[in-house]
Design a protein around this ligand. Structure first.
Ligand SMILES: Cc1cc2nc3c(=O)[nH]c(=O)nc-3n(C[C@H](O)[C@H](O)[C@H](O)COP(=O)(O)OP(=O)(O)OC[C@H]3O[C@@H](n4cnc5c(N)ncnc54)[C@H](O)[C@@H]3O)c2cc1C
Length: 403
């Protein structure tokens, strides 16, 4: 049996960031993942500014390294389009932090290589965790490759891991969404900019379609819908994605496009139920805490932020030799203080996504006025999302410009 002060389950952005911050603090740990890296992951691949800042915090040379590899694209605009063809474009100014577009296979492998370069980290790939047993003096982690015994466990095994059921309230309404993703080349761009495009569509299904431009002229094309909507069609998700790309709203943009890889699918429970992030000797991080809506592009940033906070909490717990849920609760407080508003926005978007009929006129109205585009591109939006004065300020400035 392997004994370790800290054990991390899952080497996605949450687990890898936790590992890198633990290594920075010189804390020995093991990190387990059932996959073998580089591994693919169905994801929208547009990451918010937190990822940029956290990479810089880990090592300022890493962003440069990723840029030089030609695999990273910076993006400062996005658009929302309804099925009537009305588009709301949002541009960020050059001094705002860009969104990063990069394949998850490349990004996670990049971080994994950095983890493997740290003395304090022991990586076990192809190791599937089957059971977690809390004991008085530690946690026993049972895997198909043997047992691990740890003082503190960080569970960062993603949205679909069985392990997360360990933490969930027993009765919880399911809110399952299905997604399909393919990589394409030679899709005709609609602008000269690297822009993330989100379409809310009605045909061939009610849901959304995302075009995320990547480096090397490739585009990540993704569709998402509620499971019950999919059941009404009874068609394979792969076929629905191909049909969605031929909808009139996309014009002739797919005419010369080539599909580069097989279309992959995944499911995600976008439940808005509250969850607890800690138990005795256990911290939960990343998508395992309850999913953020993929459309917001907050997922990877959240996962990395929680990874960092979990590592800091682990350091404090080891120093104080206190692994009780009561002591670890301050981790949950810090996560909520940092990410609460984004989680609330995410939940609001999940609710709206179920009402495409409401979204259609909303996007139409937003596309008609510049005030809302101004609000959406304001760098202080998340901080002020529930502050009426913030909207008042934008409205007044729009009026005075007109005057
Ligand atoms: C369709 C879709 C589109 C998305 N688009 C975006 C986007 O554009 N931008 C964005 O920021 N976020 C997006 N997200 C969300 C993002 O994918 C997640 O928030 C992010 O992956 C969470 O990272 P994580 O480290 O918590 O978990 P994951 O990345 O899921 O990593 C979990 C790891 O745990 C391992 N694991 C699981 N179970 C076990 C086990 N039993 N034993 C050992 N290892 C295990 C897995 O192999 C995996 O490597 C999207 C999600 C979906 C589904």
């Amino acid at each position: 049996m392997v004994q370790t002060p800290v054990c991390i389950i899952g080497a996605g952005p949450a687990g890898l960031s936790a590992s890198l911050f633990l290594s920075k603090a010189g804390i020995e740990h093991v990190i387990l993942d059932r996959a073998s890296f580089p591994r693919d992951k169905v994801c929208g691949e547009s990451f918010d500014g937190k990822v940029y800042h956290l990479l810089n915090r880990l090592d300022p040379s890493w962003l440069q390294e990723l840029k030089q590899s030609g695999q990273l694209q910076e993006c400062r605009s996005y658009s929302l389009t309804n099925s009537w063809g009305h588009t709301l474009g949002v541009d960020f100014s050059a001094d705002q932090t860009p969104k990063l577009h990069i394949k998850r296979k490349v990004f996670d492998h990049f971080l994994m290589e950095k983890v493997q370069g740290q003395q304090a980290a022991k990586v076990h790939q192809q190791t599937n965790v089957q059971q977690i047993i809390q004991q008085e003096n530690g946690v026993l982690v049972k895997t198909d490759r043997g047992d691990f015994f740890t003082q503190l466990l960080i569970v960062s095994s993603g949205a679909n891991s069985l392990i997360k059921t360990f933490f969930q309230p027993k009765k919880q309404p399911k809110n399952t969404f299905l997604f399909a993703r393919g990589y394409f080349r030679d899709i005709q761009p609609n602008t000269e900019r690297a822009e993330l495009e989100i379409f809310f569509i009605r045909r061939p299904f009610k849901g959304c379609l995302l075009l995320c431009p990547l480096a090397n002229g490739e585009t990540n094309v993704e569709i998402g819908m509620e499971q019950k909507e999919w059941k009404r069609h009874g068609q394979a998700l792969e076929d629905l994605l191909k049909t969605a790309c031929r909808q009139p709203i996309l014009g002739r943009r797919f005419e010369k496009a080539h599909q580069l890889t097989d279309i992959k699918t995944t499911a995600m429970d976008l439940s808005t139920a509250r969850r607890t992030y800690v138990q005795n000797r256990i911290l939960l991080a990343g998508a395992a805490t309850g999913s953020v809506n993929p459309v917001t592009g907050f997922g990877v940033g959240h996962a990395m932020s929680m990874g960092m906070l979990a590592a800091q909490q682990a350091a404090e717990a080891l120093e104080k030799e206190d692994f009780s849920a009561a002591f670890l609760k301050s981790y949950e407080k810090k996560v909520k203080a940092k990410l609460r508003k984004e989680i609330q926005i995410s939940h609001a978007i999940t609710r709206l996504q179920k009402r495409v009929d409401l979204l259609e006129p909303l996007i139409y109205l937003m596309s008609k006025g510049h005030t809302l585009a101004g609000i959406l591109s304001d760098k202080d939006l998340v901080e002020n999302i529930f502050n009426p004065q913030f909207y008042w300020k934008h409205w007044r400035s729009a009026i005075s410009k007109k005057g």
